[in-house]
Write a protein that binds this ligand. Structure first.
Ligand code: AMP
Ligand code: ZN
Length: 136
């Protein structure tokens, strides 16, 4: 399952170079070429799925298991102090490469504001309406 115009499919096939830090039958984990921090990596399923909506449930479970394994290795080797796992779905969410990937971003004490959002301040009524919209 590959899409010919997909940069990550090409990386998985070895047609575009990458720095792979892990590989198995299902996944390749590569270093991001434009890292937010030292060691910023991407978990790529070898099959092409555009995003998390398309990713089969059992693969989603495997992604999280692999994220945990990689976090442990990278914490040991890079001596980072924490991690952000980031996963963008859709252009509106900042996705730029439409082959599912999970960002593993090692964090270091005092490495600055890398992922920051501006918190909104909804009323209780607004929160209730959103809850209703989702659950009813
Ligand atoms: P996203 O915005 O979540 O779709 O993230 C796409 C990520 O892919 C960005 O962090 C890019 O820096 C990264 N990226 C794009 N091209 C390459 C490449 N050839 N090798 C490694 N990472 C890449
Ligand atoms: Zn692809």
């Amino acid at each position: 399952m590959r899409q010919d115009d997909c940069i990550f499919c090409k990386i998985i096939a070895g047609e575009i170079p990458s720095q792979a830090i892990y590989e198995d039958e299902e996944f390749k984990v590569i270093l991001d070429v434009a890292p937010a921090t030292k060691g910023h990596a991407l978990i790529l399923p070898k099959n092409h799925y555009a995003n998390l909506y398309e990713l089969p449930e059992e693969k989603a479970t495997d992604v999280m298991k692999l994220a945990k394994k990689m976090m442990k290795v990278m914490t040991d080797k890079l001596h980072c102090d924490g991690f952000n796992l980031v996963q963008n779905n859709g252009e509106a969410a900042g996705q730029t490469v439409f082959h599912f990937h999970m960002h593993l971003v090692p964090r270091y004490k005092n490495d600055g504001e890398i992922l920051k959002y501006i918190a909104q301040n909804p009323s209780q009524k607004e929160l209730e309406e959103i809850k209703k919209a989702i659950t009813e």
